[in-house]
Design a protein around this ligand. Structure first.
Ligand code: CDP
Length: 219
């Protein structure tokens, strides 16, 4: 398996922007694991299945065609054969995603797809359970937090309707792979840091732990 940097944290803590910037800096692949759960959610909604009905979601999970891959260093997801874009962040997807993501059979399929990306090269993956479940042996694990107030205002500034606190509640209290700080993860509070500040903090921790980025050897 290739090298993995696992980044977890609550909704709108800045994980995606940080993970994308970090991956670009290192020349590694970037995988947004939430997009896979969002793609399953979109498929559930298209199917006319009630996302709040756990056994109904479980019953249709096997029929949902959700696939993904890597292109130009970033992950993409598709459902019913079409790549998904803005529909992944639609208000109805935001409302339903934590309900769909709590269903174990959905998680099994997502985790299998996500682990596959590590075959293609070193990667930065962000989500809720990357350091705890998807890559528990990842050499580098981070948990990015920010106050709820800051997280709400970041999401609002993106012009998105999102139930940040409600998603956190469901994500942290579910039985399977709840949001939690992984053993050995470094916790970074990003409330007063911008994206570059968090990326710098991550790289500082990694260098202190002996990491040498390609191109930096001997520098
Ligand atoms: O918008 P934000 O970055 O906070 O969320 P996301 O990473 O797009 O994830 C959307 C939702 O997918 C989360 O609220 C979780 O319910 C679920 N998710 C998960 O269960 N496990 C992951 N590894 C990633 C996301």
């Amino acid at each position: 398996m290739n090298d993995v940097i696992a980044i977890d944290g609550p909704a709108a803590s800045g994980k995606s922007s940080v993970a994308r910037a970090l991956a670009a800096r290192l020349g590694w692949n970037f995988v947004n694991s939430g997009a896979v759960y969002r793609a399953f959610t979109w498929a559930v909604l298209q199917n006319g299945t009630d996302p709040a009905d756990e056994s109904a979601v479980e019953a249709v999970a096997g029929e949902l065609e959700v696939t993904g891959g890597l292109e130009d260093g970033e992950s993409w997801v598709a459902a019913r054969g079409a790549r998904l874009g803005p529909e992944l962040d639609a208000p109805e997807t935001n409302r339903a995603v934590s309900l769909v993501a709590r269903v174990p059979v959905i998680r099994e399929r997502a985790v299998e797809q996500l682990r596959g990306h590590a075959m293609s090269g070193p990667l930065v993956m962000e989500g809720r359970d990357i350091g705890t479940v998807v890559f528990p042996d990842a050499p580098w694990k981070f948990y990015i937090d920010a106050s709820e107030e800051v997280r709400q205002s970041r999401r609002a500034a993106q012009g998105l309707v999102d139930q940040v606190a409600e998603r956190d509640r469901v994500d942290s209290s579910r039985k399977t792979a709840p949001l939690a700080v992984a053993d050995g993860a470094v916790v970074i509070d990003s409330s007063n840091l911008d994206i570059n500040g968090v990326v710098a903090a991550i790289l500082d921790h990694m260098r202190a732990g002996g990491f040498v980025a390609a191109g930096e050897a001997g520098a």
